[in-house]
Design a protein around this ligand. Structure first.
Ligand code: UDP
Ligand code: MG
Length: 325
């Protein structure tokens, strides 16, 4: 049981969220006031919006909001770096005893934060927001998500099913999480590795309140592909795909050769030679490609490029305007 009143920072990554920002800000500010009034969090608790290089009015809305409410703070990244990097920036910049990360589109239930804070008071360092109702997702998304969790489990990756990036972290959980310096950031895979006391809070995931999803299938694949090509790991992936295709063809060839053999159409010895050339060629290329994936990851990690740059912060009262230095 924890007894002191923690400063809560709610970190919200925002990429072109001008449509949902006002609603999101209102919902979170109301919640923060409720929690403060209920003496669950300290009066200095605040919201930290991370503008992930938006090209719309998101940043000016954040700035305006910070002028009208002392509870609103903002960090502007110099360029769009993606959801995970924006979350990381928020975690690095937030100064608080507990931190909640939530998307700007209000798909996650804001009221679940009350239970998260209660769970922290009762001793949890990590509180996972888990969706118990995926009705707002398409059948395809639900099925592919289920298969994905199964595959990850099979590969030995510890993950909380139906949990995305809606979670509460205590200060020590944040410090520990930030000590992972991975370039390939996958926070929902890293958090379970922390091992501190954790709890789950269940909620129904809603539809996006306004604006477009930034992560619909094709933009997501495109973004992924752009990232890959700019770091030129793609050739490695092509090897794997080519290997898989050749392997498939060789399997078809085997079937066809067996049929031909049965009908007496083959020169003896030819079939076995051809099949083994194709089959082994395919297997080798597939293996090379998989190896390549890992080498590609090492390549990216060894560069240790900075994950984001902060261009601006909202000024804190009494401070000179900051340029993020
Ligand atoms: N987001 C971001 N950078 C990006 C893409 C998305 O900061 O490059 C933010 C976005 O503003 C939102 C959250 O990440 O607050 C989740 O994005 P979205 O709702 O589009 O994803 P989905 O709900 O489809 O997973
Ligand atoms: Mg969303």
């Amino acid at each position: 049981m924890r007894t002191f009143l923690p400063v809560l920072a709610i970190v919200v990554p925002c990429y072109n969220e001008e449509a949902s920002f006002p609603l999101c800000k209102h919902a979170l500010l109301t919640l923060a006031e409720e929690l403060i009034a209920a003496r669950k969090i300290a009066a200095e608790s605040h919201l930290l919006f991370v503008d992930d290089g938006s090209s719309d009015a998101t940043w000016s809305l954040i700035e305006q909001a910070s002028q009208t409410s002392a509870r609103v703070k903002g960090v502007k990244l110099s360029i769009n770096k993606g959801h995970q990097a924006a979350l990381l920036a928020g975690m690095e910049y937030a100064k608080a005893d507990i931190l909640v990360t939530i998307d700007a589109d209000l798909q996650d239930d804001v009221q679940a934060i009350v239970q998260m804070v209660d769970a922290w008071h009762s001793g949890a360092d990590v509180v996972y927001g888990v969706r118990n109702d995926r009705h707002s997702d398409s059948l395809f998304k639900r099925k592919s998500a289920a298969m994905y969790y199964q595959l990850m489990g099979f590969l030995g990756v510890k993950q909380i099913p139906d949990h995305a990036d809606f979670r509460l972290l205590s200060a020590r959980a944040v410090t520990s999480l930030l000590s992972y310096h991975e370039h390939n950031l996958y926070l929902r895979g890293l958090v379970p590795l922390l091992g501190f006391p954790s709890q789950r809070v269940f909620y129904a995931r809603k539809k996006r309140v306004a604006g477009e999803a930034k992560y619909s299938l094709f933009p997501m694949l495109k973004l992924a592909m752009e990232g890959i090509t700019s770091f030129s790991v793609t050739p490695l992936r092509i090897i794997a795909i080519t290997g898989a295709v050749i392997l498939l063809f060789s399997l078809l060839a085997i079937i066809s050769i067996i049929i031909q053999k049965a009908s007496g159409n083959t020169v003896s010895g030819w079939s076995s030679v051809m099949v083994s050339i194709f089959f082994l060629g395919g297997v080798q290329m597939l293996c090379l490609g998989i190896l390549g994936e890992y080498i590609g990851k090492i390549y990216l990690e060894s560069k240790a490029r900075p994950k984001y740059f902060v261009e601006k912060l909202t000024p804190t009262p009494g401070d000179a305007p900051s340029d993020g230095q």
